[in-house]
Design a protein around this ligand. Structure first.
Ligand SMILES: *Cc1c(COP(=O)(O)O)cnc(C)c1O
Length: 388
């Protein structure tokens, strides 16, 4: 049968179920004000938490890097693509999170696809929280290890899975859950995992740059070190406003990944100029504490006032503040009603989130002003009245 057989019917079904996805075409730089199809919308949906993606200092570092080092890296890291800029960034990232070594990947998805199969295979076990990011699930699947999941937040469930696990055992978890904004209980997880001679891996895509002193991430925020969590992964395209990802840990871990992680070995190194821009982002993120304070203030005020309006928010203290709406059609309706009021918050629907938990994933950025929050709260209140 031709692989395109049945595709048109599948798309039509998706459309009828309110699950069809479409892209918006954005112009200009990232920031709270986005130009979408010729209209300016106030956006509360990006992962540009520190407001750095459109920062001219990063653009300048990128431009300077490109003038000095060109655009392409030309080859994989193991051939001739590993530039001094990549190497310096790795050393700075390792020092920042307190690890022996760090290794750059081109994207977070590739990091997760690379790490798990480099360490585990058939006969081994990966245990994951049900709400983990797709890339952690796919990394486990690709490894050929047995994949077990525990219901979100249910540590007794994890403990049961640990009791039955065989072979090498890795427990992998989002440190901050991407669609819910809540944080994994890292201290308790580390204790449980240590009792079972397993290892804990955290994906800190939404904590790095945002949580902990200087934005050092979820591990630092929990007061834990690499003895408790030997495998740390974070992305550079969210709070840091650039692109890429890194894995941090011991010398042994990083040297092993360099030999074995296929999405590391068989891909072209990121442009060295991007590494230069990321080095600038890391310095700014650490220095400008006001960005994290602004985020905290916006988040706290939003939660307080949204509760006053009777809105149903998930239990989160991070800049990810999901407004739970239930079915996909309701979430779409709210998103459209907000867009009519000049606000962009796309509906998040299954399969990105479990059936019946469609939502507006509202996120804040340090580039938002108090007046932007006023506007969001007014619009939400008016949509709520209309829906009631
Ligand atoms: C975004 C994200 C990734 C993927 O990172 P990219 O660099 O965008 O590929 C991985 N894990 C989590 C939890 C994420 O939110």
């Amino acid at each position: 049968m031709h692989p395109f057989e049945g595709l048109a019917e599948a798309l039509a079904e998706r459309e009828a179920a309110g699950l069809y996805r479409r892209r918006r075409v954005i112009e200009g730089a990232q920031g709270p004000r986005l130009h979408v199809h010729g209209r300016e919308l106030l956006a509360f949906c990006s992962n540009d938490y520190l407001g750095l993606a459109g920062d001219p200092r990063l653009a300048e570092a990128l431009a300077r890097g490109a003038r000095e080092m060109g655009t392409g890296s030309g080859a994989a890291h193991l051939v001739s693509g590993h530039h001094r800029a990549h190497h310096a960034l790795e050393e700075e990232l390792a020092a920042f999170v307190g690890a022996e070594r760090a290794l750059l990947f081109s994207t977070g998805y590739m990091a997760n696809l690379g790490v798990i199969p480099a360490l585990l295979g058939r006969g081994d076990t990966v245990i994951e929280d049900r709400l983990n990011h797709a890339s952690l699930i796919d990394g486990a699947r690709l490894s050929g290890a047995r994949l077990r999941r525990w219901p979100h937040g249910d540590l007794a469930g994890l403990q049961r899975q640990l009791g039955h696990a065989s072979g090498r055992v890795l427990v992998a978890v989002d440190a901050v859950f991407s669609m819910d904004g809540d944080r994994a209980p890292l201290g308790e997880l580390a204790r449980l995992v240590a009792q079972h001679e397993a290892a804990l891996m955290i994906d800190d895509a939404h904590g790095f740059g945002v949580l902990g002193p200087l934005g050092r991430g979820s591990l630092a925020a929990a007061g834990l070190g690499f003895d408790a969590v030997p495998l740390y992964m974070a992305t550079l395209g969210k709070a840091l406003g650039v692109a890429g990802a890194f894995v941090a840990g011991s010398e042994l871990l990083v040297e092993t990944l360099i030999q074995r992680a296929r999405p590391y070995v068989y891909t072209t190194a990121m442009p060295p100029a991007l590494a230069e821009a990321t080095r600038a982002a890391l310095r700014i993120a650490a220095e400008e504490d006001w960005r994290r304070e602004r985020l905290r203030a916006l988040t706290e005020r939003f939660r307080r006032e949204a509760a006053g309006l009777g809105l149903c928010l998930a239990d989160s203290d991070t800049p990810i503040q999901p407004l739970l709406l239930g079915d996909a059609a309701t979430a779409l309706r709210w998103s459209e009603a907000l867009a009519m009021r000049g606000i962009l918050v796309p509906a998040i629907r299954p399969p990105t989130v479990p059936e019946g938990s469609a939502r507006l994933r509202i996120t804040f950025s340090a580039a938002h002003e108090e007046a932007d929050l006023d506007h969001l709260l007014e619009a939400l209140d008016s949509v709520r009245r209309e829906a009631a």
